[in-house]
Design a protein around this ligand. Structure first.
Ligand SMILES: Cc1ncc(COP(=O)(O)O)c(C=O)c1O
Length: 373
């Protein structure tokens, strides 16, 4: 007992020192230690709750054990957060697995997923890889989802309608009443997937916009939630799906494991620390408003942003902007500095929101590239 206590204490001391001395790439630091400003993957530059760090530090030297009650407690808290029973929650390592498992369990030749032309591609790519078809409709004029067009695209072969709200990459949020009406009108044979990865960061917040309560009345609905964005835990990997247990049973056939015990502990603290989340939401709002005001000043068009990024049109092809910014050590458009579409870009570019300092560096370089200084 005493020996194990001593071992634990000294392990904490060593780890504590290591954490203090290590060059931290995250937790609000404006740049990575490789000297690049990374505003490419909608990561949270403001960092996660210090309470999660504290509890993970305490738990680190229990890594020789499998997860005990950590994930179960995370599920309990997630269910309370969503206002549903625990069997409506499927805990995962980030929300990506919810998208993948849904694609894998619903895709087959002859079946299709209906979505928008410019959107997040993880689910649709996996659906196509597993033999299904992807049907896309153009964005609405405001670059949000055109729900009427989505509705018209649904046929007897449709397995899933995928909606990302706010949409990635455009950032536009749906009107909650309209989205609710849409969901209620979709035929019960079609699963509506609402990806709410960025919803907590919107101006009006999660409660006013989430579709999660509808899972209690619609069996053909699934919501994905992540700790990667508003909660700032992208590297830790925690997320979950919210749906009727019958839907989750389909996904479970492809379940490859949930979050690690450390990620589950961090997720618990993230849910409990409402003040941290609210502070993060405010920081995003401030930086979003700031970049928009600078874009206005520079005459740059942008779609109304409600997430962790802004979609803008600066009158120059995306490839060019991405490449020139990369030369200045500012990485946008994918972690690998990649360009998202094979057609050489297009007129619209997405920049993730980082700290005010990071955004100033981005704006200064963008001004130079556009010859505006
Ligand atoms: C819209 C959207 N959904 C889901 C994800 C998956 O992220 P994670 O697996 O970290 O939750 C991302 C990641 O960028 C995203 O942008």
């Amino acid at each position: 007992m005493t020996a194990s206590f001593t071992r634990k204490r000294s392990a904490h001391l060593v780890l504590g020192l290591a954490l203090v001395c290590a060059p931290l790439a995250h937790a609000g630091k404006p740049t990575l230690d490789d000297g690049n400003v990374r505003i490419s993957s909608n990561e949270n530059a403001f960092g996660f709750t210090p309470k999660a760090l504290e509890r993970m530090r305490d738990a680190l030297d229990s890594g020789n054990y499998y997860n005990g009650n950590e994930v179960a407690e995370m599920v309990r808290l997630c269910a309370a957060y969503e206002g549903v029973k625990e069997e409506f929650i499927l805990p995962t390592a980030g929300s990506g697995p919810v998208l993948m498992m849904t694609a894998w369990s619903y895709a087959k030749p002859g079946k299709n997923v209906v979505t928008t032309e410019t959107g997040y591609g993880q689910l649709t790519r996996a659906f196509a890889d597993h033999g299904g078809d992807v049907i896309t409709v153009p964005l609405a004029e405001n670059m949000g989802y055109d729900l009427k067009a989505l509705g018209r695209a649904i046929s007897e072969n449709t397995a899933i309608v995928y909606i990302c709200n706010p949409n990635n990459p455009t950032g536009v949020i749906a009107d909650p009443a309209e989205l609710r009406r849409f969901i209620m009108a979709v035929p019960p044979s079609v699963l509506v997937f609402v990806d709410e990865a960025y919803l907590e960061l919107s101006d009006t917040g999660l409660q006013a916009n989430t579709m999660a309560p509808l899972v209690k009345v619609r069996k053909n609905l699934i919501i994905s939630r992540t700790f990667s964005k508003a909660h700032g835990m992208a590297g830790l990997r925690a997320g979950y799906g919210v749906a009727h247990p019958e839907v989750l049973a389909n996904l479970r056939k492809f379940y490859a494991g949930g979050p690690s015990y450390l990620a589950a502990i961090a997720a618990q603290e993230a849910i409990k620390d409402k003040a941290h989340m609210e502070a993060n939401r405010q920081k995003y709002k401030e930086v979003r408003d700031y970049v928009c005001s600078q874009f206005d000043r520079m005459g740059i068009k942008y779609a109304s942003p409600q997430g962790a990024f802004i979609y803008f049109n600066a009158g120059m092809k995306r490839n060019q902007i991405v490449t020139k910014l990369r030369d200045a050590k500012i990485v946008i458009g994918g972690v690998r500095g990649g360009v998202e579409s094979p057609d050489g870009g297009g007129d619209w570019t997405r920049v993730s929101l980082g700290t005010r300092e990071e955004m100033d560096m981005f704006l200064t370089e963008l001004s130079k590239i556009l010859g505006k200084t």
